[in-house]
Design a protein around this ligand. Structure first.
Ligand code: UD2
Length: 346
């Protein structure tokens, strides 16, 4: 062996050692990243648990339902937002398929409804029709917030469904009653719902159910498009337009105009929404400003930044006084026509 050859062999040896070091470093990286399999034979993925009820939708085997189509379906309405959230309309989902998926999860749904002052008169119809159309066959708790518990009617409920009454003070201004709902929703989630509820919907009491409202409405953060503004150009949407308010939405901004009278989702998301709207409403009040449509304005600001994962069409909150338009194939929930002067405290 001459000197030239020994240099070559030294170089080869050094390269081999370097390759070994690089290999062990990369393998360590893979293990630390958690992306790769951790078990010895590297063939079975590691199991992790996520407590989001939206995660992992499983259908029962052998369930029969209509074949989905990619070329036929609703073409008269938009069924997906630009951020790819579904917009739910009649004819876009299979109710029995969705019910089967969520029944396996044994989900529980909470509803909040406020009936303060003269609004207790709406409770009998609200509760009776909820029992006919809202999440039939699922576990539902309806939380009624009222200043007059004796005015909450006794409604016969199916197994697994309950009305829970919570006392709240009356206020001299309807704006405050409406807006304080966010604070009470926040505290209800903190104090009572965390351990026993998957989804929550927050609804106006001066309304009735007329058709199915069920599992198709479930999502992480769910907003309902206001029936009065779904064809209105952006410039005409009644967002809060004063930059001093924390509900401010600038001209040329905003996606849809959503209802304050119906929204929902999983607990974590609705908690963040309620807390944010409450905090911003109260901070505005300290600065002497009240948004144009109270908590509804703050909700619209929130949804502009925090995009809803599912959007419900105006089928999910219509208004009785409105003539039905061709795209509305079913009215599921609708606000009754009311005489404001007769029922509001101011
Ligand atoms: C819209 C919204 C409402 C709210 C309000 C702005 C819809 C369909 N409705 O309705 O949710 O955002 O604008 O503040 O999107 N309430 C009482 N007692 C009262 C007053 C109100 O219990 O004296 C409760 C009740 O649950 C009622 C809700 O607050 O359903 C909203 O009040 P509203 O129905 O008078 O508000 P409205 O019709 O302007």
């Amino acid at each position: 062996m001459n000197m030239g050859n020994s240099k070559v062999w030294t170089l080869v040896l050094l390269l081999a050692v370097l390759a070994g070091v690089v290999y062990y470093y990369m393998a360590g990286l893979q293990r630390r990243s958690g992306i790769f399999f951790e078990n010895e034979d590297q063939s079975v993925p590691v199991e992790i648990t996520i407590k989001d009820p939206e995660f992992h939708l499983v259908a029962p085997d052998h369930l029969k339902y209509k074949q989905p189509s990619l070329v036929q379906g609703r073409s008269d309405v938009v069924t997906v937002t630009p951020w790819l959230a579904p917009v739910v309309w009649e004819g876009t989902f299979d109710p029995s398929l969705l019910d089967s998926v969520y029944r396996l999860k044994n989900i529980s749904v909470a509803v909040t409804v406020f009936a303060v002052g003269k609004y207790t008169r709406f409770l009998p119809d609200f509760l009776k029709t909820a029992e006919q159309h809202f999440f039939l066959g699922f576990r539902v708790r309806l939380y009624v917030f009222t200043d007059q518990p004796d005015k909450v009617p006794k409604v016969s409920m199916a197994k697994g469904r309950q009305v829970m009454v919570r006392l709240v003070p009356i206020s001299k201004r309807w704006q405050e009653i409406s807006a304080r709902r966010m604070e009470l929703i926040q505290t209800l989630i903190e104090a009572e719902l965390q351990s026993n509820t998957d989804y929550i919907f927050c609804l106006d009491v001066d309304s009735k159910f007329h058709g199915r409202w069920g599992t198709e409405s479930l999502g992480s953060l769910v907003a309902v498009i206001h029936p009065g503004y779904y064809t209105t150009p952006r410039t005409g949407l009644p967002y809060e337009r004063r930059p001093q308010s924390r509900a401010y939405v600038a001209h040329g901004e905003g996606d849809f105009y959503y209802c304050g009278g119906a929204f929902g989702g999983i607990l974590q998301e609705v908690y963040l929404l309620a807390k944010t709207c409450r905090t911003n409403f109260e901070a505005d009040a300290k600065d002497g400003i009240e948004a144009a449509w109270q908590e509804e304005s703050h909700l619209n600001r929130f949804m502009w930044i925090n995009k809803p994962s599912k959007v419900l069409s105006p089928e999910y909150l219509w208004q009785d006084f409105k003539a039905i338009t061709p795209e509305i194939h079913i009215i599921r929930f609708s606000g009754v026509t009311k005489n404001y002067a007769d029922i509001r405290p101011n």
